[in-house]
Ligand binder design. Sequence first.
Ligand code: BV8
Length: 263
Amino acid sequence: MTDVTFDAHLIDRLRSAQHIVVLTGAGMSAESGIATFRQGPSALWTNVDPEEVATPKAFGRDPERVWRWHLERRDSMAAAQPNPGHIALAELEQHVPRLTLITQNVDGLHRRAGSHNVIELHGNLLQARCATEGTIYDTWPAPPPLPRCPECNALLRPNVVWFGERLDSALLEQAQAASFDCDMLIAIGTSGLVAPAATFPMNARAQRALLIEINPEKTPLSRHVRYGFRQPVGHVLPALVAAAWPPSARALAPLGSPATIKT
Ligand code: BV8
């Protein structure tokens, strides 16, 4: 992988940012061994139709199949570890006055890496929710064949947002407000195809925030960003944070000096 270089303007903007929004998608967790949705032979939607496993209708039609598909992903997420990209984001949060991390991912890895201000826009697959009362459970009885709510005996469902389902309105409002307020938005590991998450970078652009994308592939967002890094997040983000806030006790290089990190 080639060295990553960052120009002085980007480093200055990062160091002086007052509110950074970070939007992450499945690519953020790819280096933790968790499958993405749309890219390559192991991509989830290459091997199953989302209409069969990721909609309320699918759950009504065949809850056992929906649970089997989700439990397989949940087990891989529970076994996964945060990667250097997750860890760099947690470090970035410590350096800036305010960082809002909006994730489409349901693997819980941002919080496990130490990020605090995390909006889990599409829920958390390590939790289950009562399909009737909405009570959320961090643990639940193994599906015998289907897990049921200990309170009301209704079916439990994975605590994620399926296609065609509304997002939690409070989380959505929080994410939208952040995207209109930030002075920088970094989109990481998302194909930018799913609404309403895909609208946040455009909100940021509308109020002249600096747009950055970290994704080995181009996306519909790519033509709008000021800086596009076509490499894996685990390679780019730790280098970017180290370039802006060198880990040694050395005094920070004077503002305006370029930084190249050998990685
Ligand atoms: C709603 C559940 C309204 C959790 C998910 C027609 C046009 C436009 C919109 C629609 C439409 N028809 C329907 C809609 C709305 C629909 C939608 O947007 N559909 C799309 C597909 C067209 N949206 C919804 O249904 C949402 N709800 O709108 O409700 C409503 C109003 C009133 C009443 C009722 C309803 C709900 C959307 C949430 C769906 N749930 N997941 C889970 O199980 O995971 S979506 C799923 O795909 C993910 O959660 C994620 O959000 C989404 C996008 O995937 P990405 O995260 O971007 O992942 P992907 O694989 O696509 O891309 C990965 C990227 O990473 C790639 O670019 C790759 O290059 C890159 N990468 C790989 N490795 C790395 C890397 N990058 C960096 N480093 C690496 N190492």
